[in-house]
Design a protein around this ligand. Structure first.
Ligand code: HEC
Length: 256
């Protein structure tokens, strides 16, 4: 009797430890955030340079070019928290304000001075809310768009890496950055169910579940990809497939 009781206490403790260890494992390394931050600073500098130039020349500015810039600035603001880089966060928020005011010269000047200087790594839990709620969801989804229409090509890259015929190579360096972006975009999306997903409490729960799943799978993907040349390709492919499923499920129910 006693032995059984002792054993069950032990196995509960073991399960708890295993769960905690797993939870810790799936938090991306600060270095992964740093790589994503560097890539996104580069994207934002290029994009805002182009927008500033077009605005100065009196050319028409496309929403498909503006909104991904907002989304990427949101990413940088969140990375600022994850990296303990409050300057990065503050400057990214100023850039969002300038983009919103259509002041692309100002946004461009601010972006040129962006730097990534990690401090004491922190948590992502209090994401900034610099835009109206409906604009937040749009900004969080826009980086997923094709690069030929101004996005970061994330959706297509995911689909190309998991397709059966002539798939895109699963390159850990690229996947690490993709996974961090997807994790943080999903974390933002969690907070902004669209009107369809606000019809009933069950809808809101479903929305949150898919966002959270997408975020957690992306954390696992970032952790695997961060192993570099020893990363498990099959595992990454499985995770990419599961992430793609959460995107599709949510779109089918709430977007289309
Ligand atoms: C929890 C629900 C949900 C999840 C998860 C989700 N999306 Fe979306 N997505 C939406 C909704 C709703 C819209 C429409 C937003 C709007 O009205 O602007 C959207 C829009 C988009 C758009 C179009 C953006 C535009 O304005 O042209 C793309 C591309 C996209 N999502 C890609 C993805 C990818 C890739 C994933 C997974 C990594 C994903 N989404 C995960 C709900 C979701």
């Amino acid at each position: 009797m006693r032995l059984v009781a002792l054993w069950s206490v032990f196995s509960v403790a073991a399960a708890f430890l295993a769960a905690t260890a797993q939870a810790e494992n799936t938090v991306p390394a600060a270095d992964s955030y740093k790589k994503a931050a560097q890539a996104d600073v580069q994207f934002l500098q290029t994009r805002l340079g182009e927008l500033a130039q077009k605005q100065a020349a009196g050319e028409n500015l496309l929403q498909g070019h503006i909104k991904p810039a907002l989304g990427v600035a949101l990413l940088l603001a969140a990375y600022g928290d994850a990296l303990g880089d409050s300057t990065l966060k503050g400057e990214a928020l100023k850039i969002i304000e300038a983009i919103n005011a259509k002041k692309f010269q100002d946004a461009n000047a601010l972006a040129k001075n962006l730097t990534v200087k990690p401090g004491q790594p922190g948590k992502l839990d209090a994401l900034p809310k610099p835009l109206q709620p409906d604009a937040m969801l749009e900004a969080a989804m826009n980086p997923y768009r094709l690069s030929k229409v101004g996005g970061l090509n994330i959706e297509k890259d995911i689909r190309d890496m998991i397709k059966g015929n002539n798939p895109l190579k699963i390159e850990p360096t690229a996947v690490e950055v993709l996974a961090i972006r997807t994790a943080v975009l999903s974390a933002y999306a969690f907070h902004y169910p669209n009107p369809e997903a606000q019809k009933t409490p069950a809808d809101k729960k479903q929305w949150e579940k898919w966002s959270l799943e997408s975020m957690e799978l992306s954390h696992q993907l970032a952790a695997e990809a961060a192993k570099g040349s020893t990363a498990d390709e099959m595992k990454m492919k499985k995770l990419l497939t599961s992430i793609n499923n959460t995107c599709n499920q949510c779109h089918e129910k709430y977007r289309d």
